[in-house]
Ligand binder design. Structure first.
Ligand SMILES: Cc1cc2nc3c(=O)[nH]c(=O)nc-3n(C[C@H](O)[C@H](O)[C@H](O)COP(=O)(O)OP(=O)(O)OC[C@H]3O[C@@H](n4cnc5c(N)ncnc54)[C@H](O)[C@@H]3O)c2cc1C
Length: 542
């Protein structure tokens, strides 16, 4: 078997599968994708309601934890990351949000003109086939099937919540991934025909049997090998065997926001002090590797429900589970075809923000302990998070052993403004819940409680706030001293190596990150092949 390829892609996640598809379609290229995790052809991946199974299963998940978080009462925060073909796209919440156009204008303002809205829009269009039909903003021919959720037509509670948001003064959006993000409504979802649309299904399935593509799962990349400043191959561990695979053209690191900086550090690229502490020879000094870690932190606003319209019955009643299971396994129909995380909104808490600074998700149940504990009664919740938090953390290796988890610290709420935005988001959730259309459903508030003052609210936030599962930005793209890749996604100061995944976002997007990561990979694939989509000058609301 050949161990030499033109391109070696590390990680078959949201970015890696896109790159595998686009690069292997040029039959002149030989491409190898190396993935730590197993295949993802399991009902636990396909069934939209089953996302909890793979989140807590070490076979499919890296299951990281943060260090004690100093501003969250020293709690260690769970940091699940998909470990399988498809990566996080095989176990995420399937909410499809591009982010706000102004996010990309901001990226461009950091010396990255290629990433302005007009330059990323063609790639957002290229990646999708949208159920609403092709238009100036949306794509109609892409590999990923993106559908506007119709959950409000099926479940009255969702419909009532959209009405309540309107009664509270928030508009109902037509398409929050188009001209204007602001408002409330059903999200777009990566669910199609009752099944999850992972990148594995949308991108890898089509090319996986190509002669010029090799996909190797259950294979860890332990480090990248350099000759002077040039990446020439990777060291892999497979069934207790160590091997080296070589590249003719480029190594593409797509191992995600935690493992991509870890692999660079293990390979001798990073802050020299950290590398020396861990007995690693310094290949190239880049102090920004692993810095700039960002995430969305959520506060849950939880209520008892006066009706039985929640998921309580489904999550606790074996008879209902059996009926719904049969419907899904035989027909891909019923309650299990929904993720139920399909409605929410984007709002401003103050005029000082140029675009919505809070995202709210609605869920018709109570999330306890990342879904591991079932609620003991009917309830529902909003979870709300600041879109562009200012607090910054880091990812650092703890040893030179590739099997050791890195040290992950988010420093959530280090910046006072992040806390202020969380406080304000509770007021918005309360305002919506208290509208007439929700009267029929609204039982007592369980958390944080209507009567809490700001001091009590802060204490509740510090004790209970949790991740929205969006770690990112740890190998940021840019031109300053802490940036790791340039706007072509090439690692500064090194040859033949790019990082292409959610770690290169300069700062976090205003929304969930799967769409943005796939867009990055689509655009970078064109850069590798010296191609470029024409920019699209489309107006956007601001
Ligand atoms: C529980 C959860 C829910 C989420 N919900 C949503 C949502 O609803 N909507 C949304 O848009 N986003 C959501 N996200 C976030 C989004 O899915 C991720 O940000 C995005 O998929 C990240 O893509 P990536 O390519 O950067 O990394 P990943 O998709 O994580 O891919 C990295 C891949 O590299 C592999 N890898 C790592 N190290 C090695 C190694 N040493 N050798 C070989 N392979 C390696 C990993 O196993 C993985 O398959 C969620 C994330 C989680 C965890």
């Amino acid at each position: 078997m050949s161990k030499r390829f033109d391109y070696i892609i590390i990680g078959a996640g949201s970015a890696g599968c896109v790159l595998a598809n686009r690069l292997s379609k040029d039959k002149k290229n030989t491409v190898c994708v190396l993935e730590s995790g197993p295949q993802s052809n399991s009902w636990k991946v396909d069934m939209p309601s089953a996302l909890l199974y793979t989140m807590h299963d070490p076979k499919y998940n890296w299951k990281y934890y943060s260090e004690p978080e100093p501003y969250l009462n020293n709690r260690r925060i769970f940091c699940p990351r998909g470990k399988m073909i498809g990566g996080c796209s095989s176990h995420n919440g399937m909410v499809f949000v591009r982010g706000n156009p102004l996010d990309f204008e901001r990226w461009a303002s950091y010396g990255l003109p290629n990433w302005s809205y007009k330059n990323v829009l063609p790639y957002f269009k290229k990646l999708e086939t949208w159920s609403g039909g092709e238009n100036l903003y949306r794509g109609g021919k892409g590999p990923l099937k993106v559908n506007r959720s119709k959950i409000d037509e099926r479940f009255p509670l969702f419909n009532s919540l959209i009405k309540a948001a309107a009664e509270a003064g928030y508009e109902t959006f037509e398409d929050s991934n188009g001209f204007k993000q602001d408002g409330f409504g059903t999200f777009d979802v990566t669910i199609d025909g009752g099944k999850r649309q992972s990148v594995a299904r949308a991108y890898l399935e089509e090319v996986k049997n190509y002669n010029n593509l090799k996909v190797k799962h259950k294979t860890d990349v332990s480090k990248i090998i350099f000759k002077d400043k040039k990446a020439i191959g990777v060291e892999i561990k497979n069934n207790n065997k160590t091997e080296v695979y070589y590249c003719n053209k480029e190594i593409i690191l797509s191992a995600g926001s935690i493992n991509s900086p870890k692999i660079l550090q293990l390979s001798g690229v990073g802050d020299p002090k950290l590398l020396k502490q861990n007995n690693i020879e310094v290949i190239h000094e880049l102090p920004g590797v692993g810095q700039n870690l960002q995430d969305h932190l959520e506060i849950y606003i939880q209520h008892k429900s006066k009706t039985k319209d929640t998921l309580y019955n489904l999550s606790t009643n074996y008879f209902t589970q059996a009926i719904e299971g049969i419907k899904w396994f035989l027909l891909k129909q019923g309650m299990l075809t929904y993720s139920h995380l399909e409605l929410g909104g984007f709002v401003k808490t103050s005029d000082k923000y140029k675009h919505p600074n809070i995202q709210l998700h609605f869920f018709p149940s109570l999330v306890i302990n990342h879904g591991l504990t079932n609620p003991s009664f009917d309830g529902f919740q909003f979870h709300a998070s600041p879109n562009r938090p200012k607090s910054r953390g880091f990812v650092k290796i703890k040893s030179d052993n590739y099997l050791d988890s890195p040290k992950i610290q988010f420093n959530y709420l280090e910046d006072e403004e992040d806390l202020q935005q969380m406080r304000d988001s509770v007021k918005i959730a309360n305002k919506i819940f208290k509208q007439d259309s929700m009267k029929k459903y609204l039982g007592d508030q369980l958390r944080p409680g209507y009567e809490t003052n700001d001091k009590e609210l802060d204490a509740i936030i510090r004790e209970t706030a949790d991740t929205a599962y969006h770690p990112s930005c740890t190998n940021k793209m840019g031109v300053d001293n802490l940036s790791v890749v340039d706007q072509e996604t090439k690692v500064h100061g090194l040859d033949n190596i790019r990082v292409i995944d959610s770690s290169i976002m300069p700062d976090i997007l205003s929304g969930n990150l799967n769409a943005g990561t796939i867009m990055i990979a689509e655009k970078a694939a064109d850069m590798i092949m010296n191609k470029q989509e024409d920019p699209i000058n489309a107006e956007f609301y601001n």
